[in-house]
Design a protein around this ligand. Structure first.
Ligand code: ZN
Length: 101
């Protein structure tokens, strides 16, 4: 009774970048977490507890997210200047690439 379903890649959970809003496998992203203490952390393991947001491993996406309200909106908080500085320092280590698929 249902339409034929398109085959999907089942093994890679999909995540959406909060900057460019492209959806890809989670390996393409860096997770940022709002911890229960209200701190913002970069979460390379993807295992920290808290509300998470995802950004491409691309300085372009980080600059976009950190320069506006995207990150605050995604985390439902106002990121402190200290945390923002940490995120910007991390972003500066990322390559300037636009993710293409
Ligand atoms: Zn992106």
């Amino acid at each position: 009774m249902s339409k034929a379903q398109m085959p999907r890649q089942k093994h890679v959970p999909q995540r959406m970048c909060i900057a460019c809003r492209m959806t890809q496998g989670k390996r393409e992203f860096v997770r940022i977490v709002r911890t229960p203490e209200g701190e913002v952390r970069i979460d390379p393991t993807g295992k920290l507890a808290g509300r998470g947001a995802y950004l491409h491993k691309s300085r372009d996406c980080w600059d976009q997210a950190l320069s506006g309200q995207r990150l605050n909106t995604a985390l439902k908080m106002t990121v402190t200047p200290e945390n923002l500085a940490t995120l910007k320092a991390y972003a500066a280590t990322l390559p300037v690439v636009v993710a293409t698929d």
